[in-house]
Design a protein around this ligand. Sequence first.
Ligand SMILES: *[C@@H]1O[C@H](CO)[C@@H](O)[C@H](O)[C@H]1NC(C)=O
Ligand SMILES: *[C@@H]1O[C@H](CO)[C@@H](O)[C@H](O)[C@H]1NC(C)=O
Ligand SMILES: *[C@@H]1O[C@H](CO)[C@@H](O)[C@H](O)[C@H]1NC(C)=O
Length: 131
Amino acid sequence: MRLLPLFVLPFLFGGLVAECPNSALLLNESGEKLCARMFEHSSAYFDQSCGGAYLDAKNGDDFPYMPSGWKNKISSLVVSSRCTLKVWSKEGKLGNNRSFSAGTVYQMKDYKNGLFGNWNDSVQAYFCTCN
Ligand SMILES: *[C@@H]1O[C@H](CO)[C@@H](O)[C@H](O)[C@H]1NC(C)=O
Ligand SMILES: *[C@@H]1O[C@H](CO)[C@@H](O)[C@H](O)[C@H]1NC(C)=O
Ligand SMILES: *[C@@H]1O[C@H](CO)[C@@H](O)[C@H](O)[C@H]1NC(C)=O
């Protein structure tokens, strides 16, 4: 078997291996400060978390109903420094709620939602604010 040159590896795995962005430098591609970035996938391996599609929240974003395609989709997230992301388990900001302050949530699964549930794929509303 022929070995691949090492420099090819980052390209091969580039689509699989994610890395959560730094909450102190959470900017979008235009360089604007974000309140939070929410991701479709998570991983028990922290350096592979924050994968898949992502949804950006800016300061003041208030979504009692998720943007199209994002209902019950969020599995990991990063909240920017000096910001807070509040989430609800039911549309219209009903059901259980929880606030995430600045930092990285590698797995929403690790956060309890009600008696038996967790927050993986369970966000149906959010509100993000920074001070
Ligand atoms: C991020 O980038 C886009 C343009 O690519 C811009 O329209 C958007 O409002 C920016 N800011 C935030 C905070 O999402
Ligand atoms: C969050 O949940 C608590 C406990 O059920 C409730 O008392 C509170 O009103 C909720 N807060 C919001 C902003 O929905
Ligand atoms: C999150 O929920 C989705 C859909 O139910 C599931 O495929 C995925 O494995 C869950 N992730 C974790 C870490 O439990």
